[in-house]
Design a protein around this ligand. Structure first.
Ligand code: ASN
Length: 311
């Protein structure tokens, strides 16, 4: 912790190192590869919102940053999920490089994969299912790994030997893990780390228990249609997403039960006007960079790192 604190404080010096330059170069190649893959599949890039009256509440207990916006309490985006659904009013498939702030518990600095400020490659497609999004995720991840493999000089500096994978990645229903891990809802960070270390390939966990995640995932056949992609070698989750609840009555009832419907008035108005069913996911850009570069801690994959618990 102390060494991370020092490194973050001295970022203006260590950003000049060959190691840091190699990581940021790989990140640059990664961002280009993400864009290239999605543009070739008809996705339109839209500019991401930075602030709004509400943001994603489904962030595993992390705090949301609030501030005063002309006399009204506003939030900094924890994820642009609600706004991705709006963007589908313009295009069938959209993506953004979206800056997010999540006030994570200080203890999450030890997971090696939490930042308090980070970017997601957030995408959404109308009339798609979780299965189709997992297919897309398989292709996207493999395409980026192959693009970064070209950075042989940078990978050498980092001592990273990047594996090759052949899709489709394994898909594991959450319920099959419940007994093995003695869990009911979200997989705790240490257990996810153990699962990730025990695997030599990326794998998906899908169909989460009802009530375990954000209100915007659709419930079908007694489960939430949501999925995460876990990378191997202990790097953990890099993608999270699912199929959306898009029906006004259902969302209104869920938000009423929580007593927060009034906070989401624009969102409910949008659902009342009608939006298409959709599915999508977010890919943590710094997390994926960490994986590609084989870094112990995620702070190094951000040019200007904001680490939980370190102001
Ligand atoms: N980006 C995620 C999604 O598309 C949401 C999140 O980050 N919590 O579902």
């Amino acid at each position: 912790m102390k060494s991370i604190e020092d490194a973050v404080r001295l970022r203006y010096l260590n950003i000049r190192s060959d190691r840091s330059r190699a990581i940021l170069k790989i990140q640059h190649v990664l961002i280009g590869a993400l864009r290239e893959f999605l543009a070739a599949r008809g996705f339109c890039q839209v500019l991401a919102p930075v602030v709004g009256p509400v943001t994603d509440p489904g962030i595993r207990g992390a705090g949301i940053a609030h501030f005063d916006f002309y006399g009204t309490s506003y939030t900094i985006m924890s994820s642009m999920i609600l706004y991705k659904q709006m963007a589908l009013g313009a295009f069938e498939s959209v993506f953004s490089l979206s800056p997010n702030v999540r006030l994570e518990e200080a203890s999450t600095v030890d997971t090696g994969r939490h930042l308090a400020e980070f970017y997601q490659l957030d995408l959404e497609s109308a009339r798609k299912s979780c299965q189709e999004m997992m297919d897309l995720g398989d292709g996207l991840v493999c395409h980026c790994i192959e693009a970064v493999r070209e950075c042989s000089q940078e990978l050498d500096i980092l001592g990273r030997d990047l594996p090759s994978f052949s899709p489709p990645f394994k898909r594991i229903a959450h319920r099959t893990l419940e007994e093995e891990l003695s869990i009911q809802g979200e997989i705790p960070f240490e257990k996810e780390h153990d699962l990730s270390r025990a695997s030599s390939e990326p794998f998906w966990v899908y169909d989460y228990p009802v009530g375990s995640r954000g209100f915007y995932y659709i419930e079908r056949d007694g489960t939430l249609k949501s999925m995460d992609l876990i990378m191997p070698e202990g790097f953990g989750e890099v993608v999270s997403g699912g199929e959306r609840e898009y029906r006004y009555e259902q969302v209104k009832a869920l938000l009423d039960r929580e007593g927060v419907a009034h906070e989401y008035s624009w969102y409910l108005d949008m659902l009342k006007a009608g939006i298409p069913p959709s599915a999508g996911f977010g890919l943590g850009v710094e997390r994926f960079t960490r994986y590609l570069c084989g870094l112990d801690h995620i702070w190094e994959s951000s040019p200007f790192p904001k680490v939980p618990g370190i102001p």
